[in-house]
Design a binder for this molecule. Structure first.
Ligand SMILES: Cc1ncc(COP(=O)(O)O)c(C=O)c1O
Length: 369
């Protein structure tokens, strides 16, 4: 039987391959104590305030959620000092990335981003038959902002900048962002993807919500999936001008964020203790992990966030399986300049020790030489 005709650009789409769920690996290997360091989640768990809010919201599950997420948007607007009309919610910030591509890009329009950045930009652009214009990263695996600015052309509608960047763990400074924004002006919407901004402890790290407030053509994306520990609920948000938000709202599906996710996020933004504790844990353990990698002579890209990009010594596909056999799931990454690289999330101390023990078993003598 012949199915419906599928457009060429849809047939060519690659399916996103997420980090393997723990349960799947445990089933495959017959193990029960697998450590997952593959998706940059909060290893300490969800914000307890969010968990309590979810429990309290359970009796109203038969109702549709507030489609616009009024209460959460109001709280986020107050938190960031913007108007409620400048805030949009998404089922994770990934959904907002996809909405942006649908809202701003027609066939053949372009989006510019760094080759070594978040894979969802490419997927979102391909889904709307847009053209991805990518620029190589710098030698230190950072965004090459001057090259990205030069790549902006007449058909460029969006520029995606992940700061800090996944999978590299690098960041760029306020001064670098100012230069970039001055260069690009209003020619394309600059999407500042700040999924990991809570983890960064650098005084020159920019908060691009300031740029939205200054009237620059910028949209900021944030998520509850990382420091707040709510990845399973799928909730994130975007902040931009009223016009940009109104445009993105045109392509938003009516009830895109669930009532439980909204309730959890609303409680989580007030859980300052959880954020502080999670951040402190991360800084301590990131330091430990990077120190140990250095001691073992295993090269990595210095990170400002909750994961480290490690340059392994041989085929990452095979090494991934070897780590898995030892009960540790890491995330292989590929693409230009990332041969045999893997991303390792910062876990609990015990999880990090587990990863390092597996590494010790696998690392060839020459890597430490
Ligand atoms: C750079 C970056 N942006 C956005 C996201 C999306 O997160 P979520 O859709 O869970 O909000 C991620 C998730 O890993 C990420 O690494």
């Amino acid at each position: 039987m012949r199915g419906p005709q599928v457009p060429e650009y849809i047939r060519k789409l690659a399916v996103y391959i997420p980090g393997k769920p723990i349960e799947e690996v445990e089933r495959e290997l017959g193990m029960s104590d697998i450590v997952k360091l593959a998706s940059n989640e909060n290893p300490l768990g969800p914000s307890p305030k969010a968990v309590a809010a979810v429990k309290a919201a359970l009796p109203t599950l038969h109702r549709y959620p507030d489609g616009s997420g009024y209460a959460l948007r109001k709280a986020l607007a107050a938190r960031h000092g913007v108007d409620i009309e400048q805030v949009i919610l998404g089922a994770g910030s990934v959904e907002i990335i996809e909405m942006l591509a649908r809202a701003f890009m027609a066939d053949g329009d372009e989006a510019v981003f760094s080759q070594q950045s978040f894979v969802s930009y490419l997927l979102a652009v391909n889904q709307v038959n847009g053209r991805a214009v990518t620029m190589p990263a710098t030698s230190g695996r950072g965004h090459d902002l001057p090259a990205l600015a030069r790549a902006v052309g007449d058909r460029t509608k969006l520029i995606f900048l992940a700061n800090p960047c996944n999978p590299t763990g690098t960041y760029f400074s306020r001064a670098a962002l100012d230069r970039f924004l001055a260069e690009v002006g209003d020619r394309a919407l600059v999407v500042m993807d700040e999924a990991y901004h809570d983890y960064v402890a650098r005084s020159d790290f920019p908060d691009a919500i300031d740029d939205v407030k200054a009237g620059r053509h910028v949209m900021v994306l944030r998520t509850f999936s990382k420091v707040y520990g709510l990845a399973g609920l799928r909730i994130g948000y975007g902040i931009a001008s009223r016009d940009v938000i109104a445009t993105v709202n045109r392509v938003r599906s009516p009830f895109n964020t669930s009532s439980l996710a909204q309730a959890a996020a609303l409680a989580a933004i007030d859980d300052a203790d959880w954020v502080r504790g999670s951040r402190e844990h991360n800084l301590r353990e990131l330091d430990f992990l990077q120190g140990e990698l250095e001691r073992k002579g295993v090269p990595f890209t210095p990170s400002v966030t909750n994961f480290v990009l490690v340059e392994f010594w041989s085929n990452i596909g095979e090494l991934f399986l070897e780590f898995q056999k030892r009960g540790v799931i890491i995330r292989p990454v590929g693409g230009p300049g990332l041969v045999n690289c893997g991303r390792v999330s910062v876990g609990t101390h015990a999880e990090n020790v587990r990863f390092l023990a597996a590494l010790d078993e696998l690392v060839p003598a020459r890597a430490g030489a």
